[in-house]
Design a protein around this ligand. Structure first.
Ligand code: KMT
Ligand code: NI
Length: 180
């Protein structure tokens, strides 16, 4: 449901897997070290799932909506797809739960290399505030993701470089300067 690997640096279609040769997978424990949390949940029962409810309560998520990415349902589809794939950060967590379809969340490791995190149906991912990342659909071209937030949602992306935001400095202190 969630798999991660180091990306190659070819300029081919962003929706391709972009594995290195040979493949270099990244464990969920490694993702955890850079602040990326993930769960495997029961997507068919997300409306009543006690595990999801528990995560939301523990982390204080009070807001929830649905983000369905396909040309018919998303206003400004092409522009959005493009902006999601610009490397950016947010000053809050980015919380996404794939209840249908799949997509790639690319995140930077501590050496600034791209790790591609493939989130499929049932996968929930949290990117910490201040982490540079980007998103693309995969070759199936479809994802339906639930989005969560603590309080009133703010989706503002700060495109790289935005290194002096407090959220960025706090992310570096919490996850990149720490010895592992
Ligand atoms: C973001 O800010 O990177 C996104 O919301 C990506 C799309 S979530 C399916
Ligand atoms: Ni984002």
């Amino acid at each position: 449901v969630i798999q991660a690997w180091y990306m190659d640096d070819s300029n081919e279609d962003q929706r391709l897997p972009h594995h290195r040769e040979p493949k270099e997978f990244v464990s969920l424990a490694k993702l955890d070290e850079i602040g990326v949390l993930s769960w495997k949940l029961d997507a068919d029962n997300h409306e009543t799932d006690p595990d999801l409810k528990k995560i939301c309560e523990e982390r204080g998520y009070t807001y929830k909506d649905v983000c369905e990415i396909c040309p018919e349902k998303m206003p400004n589809y092409e522009a959005k797809i493009k902006s999601f794939f610009e490397e950016h950060l947010h000053i809050d967590e980015e919380i996404r739960y794939a209840v249908a379809g799949s997509g790639y969340f690319d995140v930077r490791d501590r050496n600034d290399a791209w790790i591609r995190v493939w989130v499929k149906k049932g996968g929930m991912i949290i990117l910490p505030a201040g982490m540079y990342h980007r998103f693309t659909l995969d070759e199936t071209n479809y994802i339906k993701a639930l989005r969560f937030f603590v309080g009133e949602p703010v989706w503002t992306p700060y495109n790289r470089p935005h290194d002096h935001l407090p959220a960025r400095e706090e992310y570096i202190k919490a996850f990149l300067e720490k010895d592992v």
